[in-house]
Ligand binder design. Sequence first.
Ligand SMILES: Cc1cc2nc3c(=O)[nH]c(=O)nc-3n(C[C@H](O)[C@H](O)[C@H](O)COP(=O)(O)O)c2cc1C
Length: 191
Amino acid sequence: MIFLKALALIGSPRKGGNTDCLADAFLEGAAEAGAEIEKIYLDDLNIRPIAEVCDDFGMRVDLRADDDWRKVMNKVIEADVLVWGAPVYWQGVPAQMKCFADRWSCYYAAEWLNQGFAGKIWAVLCAYGDPTQDQSKWVTEPIAFWAERWRGEYIGDVCVSAGKRGAVAEMEDVMAAARELGRKAVSAAGE
Ligand SMILES: Cc1cc2nc3c(=O)[nH]c(=O)nc-3n(C[C@H](O)[C@H](O)[C@H](O)COP(=O)(O)O)c2cc1C
């Protein structure tokens, strides 16, 4: 029996925060659909911004290969479903997440290496504080772009306006939508 794996990458440093709660619901749905699940808080790790990449040998070399980035990447490559828990920070993803994603550039030039990303199912869980305006596109658009570039399938997102830590846990419909997205992502990965 082949187990599918669902990996949540949390960009917020706030444990028990809104994207964290959404990720719990998503992973619950993913587990119900039969996946192994794991959650990683990028802020707990030492992941430095990308350094200059060198392609003297026809592929790019990660000049900072000694930090935690590669450990996370091993899990990314094993995962069938990637869910990005990303609050909006000033019209973008948190710096922790951007640092992590920029480092993927080391794989970009090497065709044989970036095959490892093809066919994954991607999803986004986004919280933003503004109650007057949907700000989620600042997070969903870049991550959908990453998914396309890394040959994944962007299956959907759950986005919510919520400011206080964990406020989203009280929003039953939003938590149900995140659970459902988790189930759907795993089913799609199994097809
Ligand atoms: C540094 C920082 C920048 C933020 N920028 C925005 C923003 O541009 N637009 C917005 O609607 N909310 C913004 N917020 C509010 C967060 O998106 C919001 O509180 C969200 O619920 C945090 O998610 P979390 O609980 O998962 O950390 C910002 C919060 C922080 C800490």
